[in-house]
Write a protein that binds this ligand. Structure first.
Ligand code: NAI
Length: 415
């Protein structure tokens, strides 16, 4: 396939860590004999991860983690490859999409790489016999970790799962920079408006919200942050953003962008405060952060002035614009292509390493069921691979420095 006909060609050029993993493990095939289920937004970067797992010997069973983020050309490119089985198509209804996930689980995967705990929740709820045979799993997003923590609290997990999202190599880069840049660029492309000089209200100042707020300010916007955690609110304040309740911020907003992992962040109480022409978007995993059904009920009529924009006409003449129907704006809008490839390269390298460690290194068989932090050695290994691709050198600790970390008396100190 040429660069022009191969939909993954461009992305491969920007995913050097995955390419280096495919090169290193292509011959050894450490995942040979294992089937790995993958639920993720099925677009180009995910396609390259699937190829990497397949090149390392796995049989890869593929579904989407969101019904509307699947790219048909990527499914077409993967469907006929040896070692890959797809259970998803672009344009599926939510029922067809869920049905595909159940069919995937009936194929009895050895390992589950998940996004939003889609497959892990379903295998426990609906396929308990399959769940008991699964060797392990990895979870890539905050929303999935929250669900896994709830499963762990109820003591229902049947296998060990690495919380890939919680590694420094994932959330310091993907959540902050990936979500920050891709959400704002999608808001601007979808609306053909500019952030400079506008007021951007960011709901939530976690890893994603921090990236969105910092980058919006970097583009010349005035930023207001809303929070429920007093420490996060203080952090935003010290970073130079204004803090306000959503009720107060809504009246000044040109844009409201949510990324809390929670529901109803923009809800009935706030609709009356919003200005005419405000643009609402969500970057959180589930489409519940903006109360869309309530907005529809509150509106006199609804139009679609532009691809990807739903406009709610209120009785008093104000127009409230919602992007991507309140779904992940960077992944499900008409112009969305998700995070930049370079940052997904790091996240997906961590997902690959989660599977390799639990399967090929045998850690999955040794760990009791539960949610686990990923070993720091794997995080450092991916960081080193990334630095190598950037051709950047860092210092090594000297022996004396290493010893110093292990001492408590500090004999050389003057104090
Ligand atoms: P986080 O846990 O670091 O931050 C969430 C923040 O929202 C917390 O500080 C929390 O106090 C705050 N919050 C909760 N309820 C709130 C409310 N009602 N009003 C205001 N603030 C509230 O989580 P992170 O990593 O920032 O992820 C946020 C969401 O974004 C999750 O759903 C996650 O899965 C999703 N995500 C989306 C990505 C994308 O591509 N769009 C990429 C990575 C994560």
């Amino acid at each position: 396939m040429s660069d022009q006909t191969d939909p993954l060609a461009w992305t491969r050029d920007y995913t050097p860590i995955l390419r280096s993993l495919a090169d290193e493990y292509g011959e050894e095939q450490p995942l040979s004999g294992y089937s790995v289920a993958l639920a993720s937004h099925l677009e180009q970067k995910t396609g390259v991860l699937i190829e990497t797992l397949r090149d390392a010997g796995a049989e890869v069973l593929v579904t989407g983690s969101e019904p509307y983020s699947t790219k048909g050309e990527v499914v077409d490119a993967l469907r006929d490859q040896d070692g890959v089985e797809t259970f998803v198509e672009a344009g599926m209804t939510e029922e067809e999409w869920a049905d595909g996930q159940h069919r995937l689980l009936e194929a009895e995967p050895d390992f589950i790489l998940d996004d939003g705990c889609e497959l892990i929740a379903k295998v426990h709820a609906d396929h308990p016999d399959v769940a008991r045979q699964v060797i392990g799993g990895g979870e890539q997003t905050t929303a999935g970790i929250t669900r896994l923590e709830a499963m762990e609290d109820e003591d229902v997990l049947e296998f060990p799962v690495y919380g890939v999202n919680d590694t420094p190599m994932k959330h310091f880069f993907d959540n902050v920079h990936g979500t920050g840049e891709s959400s704002l660029s999608n808001v601007m492309i979808t609306t053909n408006t500019m952030l400079s000089g506008k007021t951007v209200v960011v709901g939530g100042y976690g890893y994603c919200g921090r990236g969105i707020a910092r980058k919006a300010r970097g583009m010349g916007a005035q930023t207001i942050v809303t929070e429920v955690d007093p420490r996060k609110a203080l952090e935003a304040h010290m970073d130079g953003h204004r803090i306000a309740s959503m009720a107060e911020a809504a009246s000044e907003a040109d844009y409201v962008i949510t990324s809390t992992g929670n529901r109803d962040v923009v809800r009935e109480d706030h609709f009356d405060e919003l200005q005419d022409g405000v643009i609402l978007a969500n970057a959180g995993h589930f489409d519940v952060e903006i109360a869309v059904a309530a907005l529809e009920d509150a509106a006199d009529r609804v139009t679609e002035p532009r691809d990807g924009v739903t406009r709610y006409h209120m009785a008093d003449g104000r127009r409230i614009n919602l992007l991507a129907e309140g779904r992940l704006v960077n992944l499900t809008g008409p112009h969305s292509s998700g995070h930049p490839a370079e940052v997904m390269d790091t996240t997906f390298a961590m997902m690959f390493e989660a599977a390799r460690d639990m399967l090929a290194e045998g850690r999955g068989e040794k760990l009791a069921p539960g949610l686990y932090a990923m070993p720091d050695r794997l995080d450092r290994a991916v960081a080193n691979r990334k630095l190598e691709t950037l051709d950047v050198d860092v210092d090594d600790l000297t022996d004396r420095q290493r010893e110093y970390y292990e001492e408590w008396e500090h004999p050389d100190s003057a104090f």
